[in-house]
Write a protein that binds this ligand. Sequence first.
Ligand code: AP5
Ligand code: MG
Length: 221
Amino acid sequence: MPIYLLLMGGPGAGKGTQAQFLREKFGLPQVASGDLFRDNLKRQTPLGQLAKQYMDRGELVPDDVTISMIRERLQQADAKNGAMLDGFPRTIPQAEALDGLLAEFGGRVNVALYVKVPEAVLLERLSGRWTCRGPGQHTYHMLFNPPKHDKLCDVDGTELYQRPDDTPEVQSRRIRVFFEQTSPLIEFYRQRGLLSEIDGEQPIEQVTAQLVGAVEGVLAA
Ligand code: AP5
Ligand code: MG
């Protein structure tokens, strides 16, 4: 049976940072909706151009296009044993569509990991974030997790950049959108007994250790 892990949390909570470790640990590909949109934009596809209009404003891309993009991604060969979903689902309709989709693949959501971080800390994290241009999308923070060499990725040596949706205005909008439109999913998964809440204000390694423990607990049950 394939395994599907969800990583939830506000913008800057550390979803991407933690997914780097969890994908290795559990041998599952990281399927990040934001990264898929950014990749489409880089390739100048119609989906990328559509998504840009929403991402630039910090709003959610419409459910129908987001769901079909994820469906296509989860059908790829590397996801046959499951996936680590980062940033999807983000609305109740996306979560319901995901249930149907995973049932088609003979699986289900095994656990929804919510990395909980207060709003003020989210802003602090986003404003110091730098991301690498390599396929691994490794993340750094100029104060909390600096690279060894100025503006270069420790892992693959590619240049680090700041995301265009990390302006103060768009950051605030993304955080607001999270609390208004995505946070209802916390209750959605809690009611189904699938939620595991992790304190995201701890150092990166401690958050990883707790996430690994939560996943191992669920997989062993
Ligand atoms: P997306 O790319 O998913 O962005 P996001 O949710 O805003 O989250 P981020 O990637 O900004 O944060 P993160 O949690 O990954 O944090 P990170 O690990 O980088 O989405 C972008 C846009 O795409 C959306 O606005 C929307 O338009 C669209 N979109 C995407 N998915 C969609 C969907 N499903 N439906 C509709 N639209 C969708 O960490 C942040 C920083 O903090 C880093 O610098 C890191 O080094 C640092 N850090 C991490 N952990 C710690 C720690 N424990 N202590 C100290 N620093 C830490
Ligand atoms: Mg991310």
